[in-house]
Design a protein around this ligand. Structure first.
Ligand code: SIN
Length: 349
């Protein structure tokens, strides 16, 4: 018999949603990450919780401006998500977060935990002390998504839209509606507490270890919940493998790559994401240094500076895998995790 799910976990990490300004109504001069997570519960939360038969269990896992996000907070979040997924009484998890790096945290949690239960990150563009803060509605919407029986996997809820972890990006520094899923569009809309699904929830969120992501198949091992905890424990001890960006641009030279090949025994660069032009192409001056990097054991993946659409496969004369569906921010995390899992085996398409 299935256990009754009675709990919604609310994990606070800070951000503007928990920000306060000394000047009432100031939307930009404020300190992020100051209001405790349990004080963020919006009006209307009790009604929603009662109708869903849920109670909130809140925990402050961090209290920071998300530009300062750390791997140790990621690890704590991943452990909490695993614990919630393991607890039959938990319906889902809501995480309050700053907007600046929410897409990174969401992608990391999706890749590491791959939860079946809903894990819903939310945020705000205006601090809690704004004349018209967006945080309370976003949090209410996030709770509605986490309570919805059709929800599953890691998503970001903001400005009435539900975005997949793999496609969401912050695209505007000020607007309330600051996030986009690009050509993929949102997964669902939240309208007065009701979720209008545009696509099936919990559908495969393209994973770095699944073939759809790259021009060569990047295969990970089979994933079980205990794998996630093992991986997090490994990362806590050994750290997330260091992966850097190489940005192709007019006038770029070999130094763009060579700077990362200097001896750094405590934290050697293990992977490079080439942020290429257009269809994942890059300046010819980078080819030889990238070959040297690869010969030295550094994994090289290519992505694109274009902000819309996937790389379209085709022959380009160089043979490094192209990450077709991930932007450079997410590709960096995906490659680091592939290296950590020691499973970046490629097979030609
Ligand atoms: C942050 O990312 O923590 C500050 C900015 C924001 O949440 O909008």
């Amino acid at each position: 018999m299935q256990a009754v799910q009675t709990k919604l976990w609310l994990l606070g990490t800070g951000g503007t949603i928990a920000g306060q300004s000394a000047v009432e109504g100031d939307n930009v001069g404020y300190t992020a990450g100051t209001v405790p997570v349990e004080a963020l519960l919006p009006k209307g939360a009790n009604r929603l919780l009662e109708s869903a038969g849920l109670e909130v269990v809140s925990r402050q896992l961090a209290q920071l401006d998300s530009k300062d996000m750390t791997y140790s907070v990621w690890f704590a979040l991943a452990e909490a998500v695993c614990a919630a997924c393991d607890d039959p009484a938990v319906r889902g998890v809501v995480i309050t977060h700053g907007t600046d790096t929410i897409e990174e945290t969401a992608f990391f949690l999706a890749e590491v935990c791959r939860p079946v239960k809903p894990v819903v990150l939310t945020c705000a563009m205006r601090p809690a002390t704004a004349a018209s803060p967006d945080g309370p509605q976003n949090l209410l919407d996030a709770m509605a998504v986490a309570s919805d029986e059709r929800a599953g996997g890691v998503v970001v809820v903001t400005a009435g839209a539900v975005h997949r972890a793999s496609s969401v990006s912050k695209v505007h520094p000020y607007r309330i509606d600051a996030f986009s899923s690009g050509e993929q569009g949102p997964l669902a809309m939240v309208e007065e507490g009701r979720i209008r699904w545009l696509h099936q929830s919990g559908e495969a969120q393209p994973s770095a270890s699944q073939g759809s992501t790259t021009s060569k198949e990047l295969r990970g091992g089979d994933h079980h919940p205990s794998d996630a905890l093992r991986l997090v424990s490994q990362l806590r001890t050994g750290g997330l493998p260091r992966v850097e960006w190489v940005v192709s641009r007019t006038g770029v030279g070999p130094r763009e790559v060579e700077q990362w090949l200097v001896d750094s025994p405590s934290e050697p660069v293990r992977g490079l994401i080439v942020v290429g032009t257009g269809n994942g192409t890059f300046h010819q001056s980078l080819v030889e240094p990238l070959k040297r990097a690869e010969a030295a054991g550094v994994l090289v993946w290519r992505t694109t500076r274009c902000t819309q659409g996937p790389i379209v496969l085709g022959s380009s004369g160089v043979d490094w895998p192209r990450v077709t569906h991930l932007d450079p921010v997410k590709a960096r995390i995906a490659l680091a995790l592939c290296i950590a899992r020691a499973d970046c085996s490629y097979s030609a398409v």
